[in-house]
Design a binder for this molecule. Structure first.
Ligand SMILES: [Zn+2]
Length: 265
């Protein structure tokens, strides 16, 4: 009996205590933050996370993430894991009609353009800066009625398409658009096929925000911005039926829901 008890306790004795912790809700589409103890290194999904001087780290969970979020923690006493269940969410269905057919079913020329643009977006999203501007949190890039939420299943002109992976804010054309957090511009394009005038700002450690359908882009790639700086004017460029801002949040290109991080309007 004594031996059995000792054996049962053995894993607890061998596994070092985890000092790292995860903050807030661990849900589908969430930007998850946590704190590591001094000397700890944290890895998620095979990637070592950049840890801020104050110990904070950040990672993202995709719209369709399931099961557990498991972090590999390496501390002075050895390796262990920190695990939390991922809360599932329900997604809306959004039907949008009246889009130009070539924006739903692009012709060969359109497909060629889309492919070239995807490569530029991918390069901007691959930026990996050891910076912690994301710790400032997010502010609204523009205020207005929310006309589209993250995660909704989209039916465009009656055809099922990719889910909507951002937040749509209904603002009239020409509304000033502000940087949601401090950072460095990694993409500034006047007119992409789907997203029209598009800006991506990198906030360090893989965290980026995206601003789309802009009528005017007022920043250049490599430019540093502060939170609240006007970077563009809103518009209705790309695949849209009317003027609005599409606001996106990503972690190493994995698109997340910005809504839980924004203050009340
Ligand atoms: Zn949108």
């Amino acid at each position: 009996m004594r031996i059995a008890l000792a054996l049962a306790l053995l894993p607890a004795l061998i596994a070092p205590a985890v000092a790292a912790s995860i903050d807030g809700e661990v849900a589908q589409g969430a930007l998850v933050t946590g704190i590591a103890a001094p000397g700890e290194r944290i890895a998620y999904d095979g990637r070592e996370l950049h840890i801020a001087p104050d110990g904070r780290f950040v990672l993202g969970l995709g719209r369709d993430a399931t099961g557990n979020l498991t972090l590999d923690v390496t501390g002075p006493a050895g390796k262990t894991t920190l695990s939390r269940a991922i809360t599932p969410r329900e997604w809306q269905i959004q039907r949008i009609d009246g889009l130009p057919d070539k924006k739903v079913n692009p012709d060969p020329e359109g497909l060629k353009r889309i492919e070239a643009e995807r490569a530029r977006i991918k390069a901007a999203r691959a930026v990996d800066r050891v910076a912690f501007d994301w710790e400032a949190g997010l502010q609204w890039p523009a205020k207005g009625r929310i006309s589209g939420v993250y995660g909704s299943q989209r039916i465009l002109n009656g055809e099922a398409r990719q889910p909507h992976l951002g937040l749509d804010v209904a603002v009239p054309e020409g509304t000033p658009i502000a940087a949601a957090a401090p950072g460095v511009v990694t993409l500034a394009e006047p007119d992409l096929y789907f997203t029209g005038g598009t800006i991506i700002i990198d906030h360090g450690a893989g965290v980026q925000t995206l601003y789309a359908h802009l009528s005017r882009v007022d920043v250049l790639v490599g430019q540093s911005v502060r939170a609240g700086d006007v970077i563009a004017l809103s518009g209705k460029t790309g695949r849209v039926t009317g003027a609005h801002l599409h606001f996106g949040l990503a972690w190493y290109g994995l698109q997340l829901d910005p809504a839980p991080l924004l203050p009340a309007q």
